[in-house]
Design a binder for this molecule. Sequence first.
Ligand code: ADP
Length: 404
Amino acid sequence: MIVLVVNAGSSSLKSQLIETEGKVCRMKCLAEKVGTDEAYMNVSFAPDFQKVTYNVAGLAVAQCLAKLLDIMSDDPESPISGLGQIDAIGNRIVAGGEYFTKAALIDDEARENLSKCEELAPLHNPAADACIDMMRKLMPETPQVAVFDTAFHTTMPPKAYMYPLPWRYYEQFHIRRYGAHGTSHRYAAQQAANLLGRPLRDLGLITCHLGNGGSITAVNHGKSIDTTMGFTPLEGLMMGTRSGSIDPAIVTYIMREEGKTFDEMDEILNRQSGILGISGVDSDMRDVLDAADAGNERAELAIDMYVYKIQKAIGSYYAAMTRTDAVVMTAGIGENSAKLRERIFAGLAHMGMILDKERNDFTGQIGANRIISIDDSPIRICVVTTDEEMRIARETDNLVSQLR
Ligand code: ADP
């Protein structure tokens, strides 16, 4: 099946054309800074993925997608000669609220429920919905599937997902914890079970998705029972530009002291905090690690705080589960930074998570799933390469095939 994966953000569009049988990617697209004068879109095709950059200034995210479809239809390098060759569309949706517990085919009812989820991820969901509507008009016969970041976490028990707020906020506004990165956590857990050679249902796993955004999930017998992100992806770990969990009274204090508006406060917490806010260097972990190596004390503190918060989250999920067999590291930082993995697990050896320095440092296998703990570590440590677009394509294929 040929699946077009669409991952629409507030100011970005990621898309891939994937042939699911052979698990091959035929087209990659990344549009960034969408909505600004500097907006651009890179498109590349298999086999050599030579990027061509297009100016998309002035276009909205859904219009960038329309432009991509034009390019795919017209470009002689394109793997398809017409949109009719696309069998299905897989849309990544950040928030599915309580309406969606698994991937869903987008019919009229699902589309209506998607609208109700927009307020839960106001930066992301509306852009994704606009893409869905555009595609429904343009390719009405092609099935579209929504794959949700939140779906994997719908197994959390009420004690994990409720906030201790007045009850009416749950009833009226559906304020509860939903989590995120679900596709990645589910995949990481399954891959770890494969590495351990045991069924997922027998295992207790702590999956750590550490990228620009970051979250940690307790996966007990294959089910998410708790995760660090909450009502929005702002809760939990310290991230590239997000504060993660802080004393909520700080928000009202700053707003009062500096007369900040709600939007300004959102901007401070989502885009000016975290690694960037503390280091003053950048949100990109590689740059912050370099700055710390060069003696920048704030960069070093940012890394120290980042590591400490991850250690505490892993420790708390060890306590939340009935057993812990492995900790799984995935996404940009989790997969690639041997240095940070070493710092994280240096503080966790007493809990039985013992890293093998050589296996951790080994770079020959980057991109391959592997175990990096010592042979008799009571709790294994795994590294898993995440591929969100491929996961979305596979889930789309599964659902569409079932319906046929
Ligand atoms: P996103 O959440 O946007 O999908 P990624 O999963 O690609 O992000 O992760 C991006 C983060 O991974 C960046 O902070 C980047 O610096 C970091 N990263 C990538 N490679 C390395 C590395 N070798 N060492 C340290 N950090 C890395």
